[in-house]
Design a protein around this ligand. Structure first.
Ligand SMILES: [Cu+2]
Length: 101
């Protein structure tokens, strides 16, 4: 009888643990930024490196040709406007948010 209670308690504790560790994970959102002015793959990798070094950005892929940066970020640490600002400030290219479709 006691064993059954203990087992129930352990199961419940385990589920709570799983739930809290899921909650603790970083939130991730994705934004697409149109980057204008890139002339080659080297330009794209420059933008990539700038984004890589920016706080709150988890992952990013800069496409050339295509002229778009797909940026995964933590919405608690940065936002799309800031990401656009960083590209404009630290590279020679212009950036703007892609229209949501
Ligand atoms: Cu280039």
């Amino acid at each position: 009888m006691k064993l059954a209670i203990l087992r129930t308690f352990l199961t419940a504790a385990f589920l709570v643990f799983c739930f809290t560790s899921m909650q603790a994970q970083d939130k991730v959102e994705t934004v697409e930024v149109k980057v204008t002015g890139m002339m080659c793959g080297g330009c794209a990798s420059k933008v990539h490196k700038v984004l890589e070094g920016t706080a709150g950005i988890i992952d990013n892929e800069v496409k050339y040709p295509g002229d778009v940066a797909v940026v995964k970020y933590n919405p608690e640490k940065t936002n799309p406007e800031e990401i656009v600002g960083v590209i404009e400030e630290k590279t020679d290219f212009s950036a703007e948010l892609k229209e949501e479709s």
